[in-house]
Write a protein that binds this ligand. Structure first.
Ligand SMILES: Nc1ncnc2c1ncn2[C@@H]1O[C@H](COP(=O)(O)OP(=O)(O)OP(=O)(O)O)[C@@H](O)[C@H]1O
Ligand SMILES: O=P(O)(O)OC[C@H]1O[C@H](OP(=O)(O)OP(=O)(O)O)[C@H](O)[C@@H]1O
Length: 213
């Protein structure tokens, strides 16, 4: 019997994937929020979940350590998508990649073609491509979280980060000044597994496709 390993991150992706898994009759035996386990069994002997960092999902799937997984488009753009088949936009974990600055900061003046801007972000490739297209020179400062702090303490002029409700920006007196790309989560499938485990994976893709809201 073929086995399936599904890579998910805990938190919003795990929570928003549960209804899709349920539609495919896949029920995790435990909740990764309360369990410390990184391998979670399901109601099927041959299907298991592995719980990894959101930004590591493409890597596990690329190398075949997981047969498929769910990852944000932000993470997939940064990763590059090598070795991954991306058949579905699942429309979950939706948000926008934006440029934001301190309230009152004259972004239009600072981001003229030919000028130089310090940009803090967890997404250096997305940020570099965005500013290169505008002809603005940037010094990218790589951070791993709490990007909103950077302009407040003089680490950067701007940030490139995800915005959903806008409440994190408001709470830190920042404003969004540019929309870069709409983000949602994608199903990512290992290209070799799609062939060797087609009979197992294809029905799940079809079920997920029908369950997208
Ligand atoms: N505020 C948000 N609203 C909706 N979706 C979001 C939001 N923030 C992030 N996302 C999406 O959810 C995905 C997972 O985010 P999550 O916060 O669980 O992980 P992370 O902390 O960004 O990743 P890592 O653990 O690798 O640092 C992101 O890659 C993005 O696509
Ligand atoms: O517009 P909002 O609804 O406020 O959402 C935006 C926030 O959400 C994300 O952080 P997240 O909640 O994932 O926190 P983390 O990256 O620190 O885990 C993102 O990095 C923003 O900080």
């Amino acid at each position: 019997m073929n086995h399936l390993t599904i890579a998910l991150s805990k938190g919003r992706i795990f929570d928003e994937t549960l209804p899709l898994l349920a539609a495919a009759d896949i029920v995790p035996a435990e909740n990764p929020e309360s369990s410390r386990k990184l391998i979670i069994e399901t109601n099927h002997d041959n299907i298991r979940l592995v719980i990894v960092r959101a930004s590591d999902v493409p890597t596990y799937v690329q190398y075949g350590a997981a047969d498929f997984g769910i990852a944000g488009k932000d993470v997939l753009i940064e990763h590059g998508g090598e070795g991954l088949y991306q058949p579905l936009d699942l429309k979950i974990a939706a948000c926008k990649m934006m440029v934001a600055v301190r309230e009152g900061f004259d972004y239009q003046a600072a981001a003229q073609a030919g000028s130089r801007l310090r940009v803090a972000t967890k997404y250096p490739n997305i940020a570099a491509a965005h500013f290169a297209a505008k002809g603005v020179h940037v010094d990218i400062i790589k951070l791993y979280g709490s990007m909103e702090l950077a302009p407040l303490v003089g680490l950067s002029d701007a940030i490139v980060d995800l915005v959903s409700t806008g409440s994190t920006l408001r709470a830190n007196r920042l404003q969004a000044v540019e929309h870069i790309v709409d983000i949602s989560s994608r199903l990512v499938v290992n290209k070799a597994a799609l062939k060797t485990k087609h009979d197992l994976i294809e029905p799940i893709i079809q079920t997920f496709a029908k369950a997208i809201v």
